[in-house]
Design a protein around this ligand. Structure first.
Ligand code: CTP
Length: 400
């Protein structure tokens, strides 16, 4: 990733973070000018790689061409008018210049400059030259510029540049697939300050969403109560988050999203019951309203989605995945329960995991077995929730 000397260099720090979060290895090549805006230690810390700007450092490893030769993609963000001119002329005066000349990988630039500089005939001619050589552009956006000006020239947002970069790298194996995922624990109100909830953190559902987006899917994530940090980590241009509270709200949002989804994954911990009535004021001990709460059953959302599918109210070939967190200590018993649940709910795949003090809820790791047609265990996965998510998506692709 080349970073050149514009004020938008500070936004490029976030882009490096996003690229790394998506699992890419990023080497930052700042120009001398870029280092006047954001210093070398920041680039090294954020990219977790050594950073140099000069062709004369680390000559033993011929870095001046190696970086370009080894890259799968070169991104230049921000790309200043000066850098765009250097690229058009094929100048190799610094490490970024040599990297750009040595690479056969796709090149993506995110221009950033004042509107006048962008509109200038010289810049436009340089852009036309770069385009004719196959260089890809993202932006510039129209908006507020440094120094209070406005107009075209603003660097695109890091999320947008990330999406363009991802599209240029091998298109994911979930490319174009529309998926609806529920995550987190529902909360059923007792009164304005109390609720019936559960220990789901939403981590597994969030990991499924992040993994799907990274592999090219368009994701609707219906989030019941999910830890804020967990949700932040899913930020991606292809993920739309719909916030819900109760099981009924989750049901409505999932029915809506599933009506146009190719794959539906119910990773949320949905309350099976809710208080018959939520009090409109905080209940007091004196009233006696808390000692006994009458519960009524909630709809089984995933079963309803399977029914909708069987009645043709879903895209043809829709795949439905459910989860089951079981506390039965014996793996055979858990599997048997999971087989029954899969049949009862009418889903294609059911991912079953052990939920006890060490496993499942609120943990960063998970271990699941995926039950498929006829009750067969078609996949097993353990590791981080992101790794488990990867295995579940592989299992989905395996049956589609
Ligand atoms: N589920 C759902 N709607 C509910 C309850 C659960 O859609 N009202 C979904 C969950 O999101 C999960 C799957 O059903 O994908 C299994 O949840 P679980 O609570 O294990 O199933 P239950 O039917 O509640 O089974 P149990 O008898 O074990 O409580």
């Amino acid at each position: 990733m080349g970073v050149t000397g514009g004020i938008a260099a500070y936004k490029a720090v976030h882009l490096v973070r996003l690229l790394i979060k998506e699992g890419h290895d990023v080497t930052v090549v700042p120009t001398e000018g870029a280092l006047r805006f954001v210093g070398l230690p920041t680039w090294e810390a954020i990219s977790r790689q050594p950073v140099t700007t000069s062709v004369h450092d680390d000559v033993a490893r011929v870095r001046h061409v190696a970086l370009g030769q080894n890259a799968d993609l070169v991104v230049v963000a921000p790309a200043t008018a000066n850098t765009i001119a250097s690229m058009a002329a094929g100048l190799a005066g610094d490490l970024l210049g040599t990297t750009l000349l040595a690479t056969e990988a796709p090149v993506l630039i995110a221009p950033a400059m004042h509107a006048e500089m962008w509109r200038h005939a010289a810049t436009q001619a340089n852009i036309a030259t770069l385009r004719s050589r196959g260089v890809h552009l993202v932006g510039p956006a129209d908006g507020e510029l440094a120094g209070g000006d406005a107009g075209p020239g603003r660097m695109s947002e890091p999320e947008e540049i990330l999406a363009a970069a991802q599209a240029l790298l091998a298109p994911g194996d979930l490319s174009g697939l529309r998926v609806a995922i529920s995550a987190g624990g529902t909360r059923e109100p007792i009164d304005p300050v109390r609720f019936l909830g559960n220990r789901s953190s939403g981590r597994q559902g969030a990991a499924l969403a992040a993994e799907a987006a990274a592999r090219g899917a368009l994701v609707t994530l219906v989030a019941a109560h999910v830890d804020a940090a967990v949700l932040d980590a899913v930020e991606h241009p292809s993920v739309v988050v719909v916030h819900v509270g109760t099981a009924a709200e989750l049901a409505a949002a999932m029915k809506d999203a599933s009506a146009s989804a190719d794959v539906v994954v119910m990773a949320a911990a949905v309350a099976d019951y809710r208080p018959r009535e939520a009090a409109d004021h905080k209940l007091t001990k004196a009233e006696g309203g808390l000692g006994r709460i009458e519960l009524v059953e909630n709809e089984d959302v995933v079963a309803a989605l399977a029914t909708a599918r069987s009645q043709g109210r879903a895209p043809a070939g829709q795949t439905i995945v459910a989860f089951a967190a079981e506390t039965l200590p014996d793996a055979d018993d858990r599997r048997e329960r999971a087989r029954g649940k899969r049949e009862r709910k009418g889903v294609d795949l059911l991912a079953v995991n052990l939920a006890d003090a060490e496993h499942g809820f609120e943990k960063s790791h998970n271990a699941v077995e995926v039950i498929g047609e006829g009750g067969a265990v078609i996949a097993e996965a353990s590791g981080t929730k992101r790794q488990v998510a990867g295995a579940i998506w592989n299992a989905v692709l395996g049956i589609r």
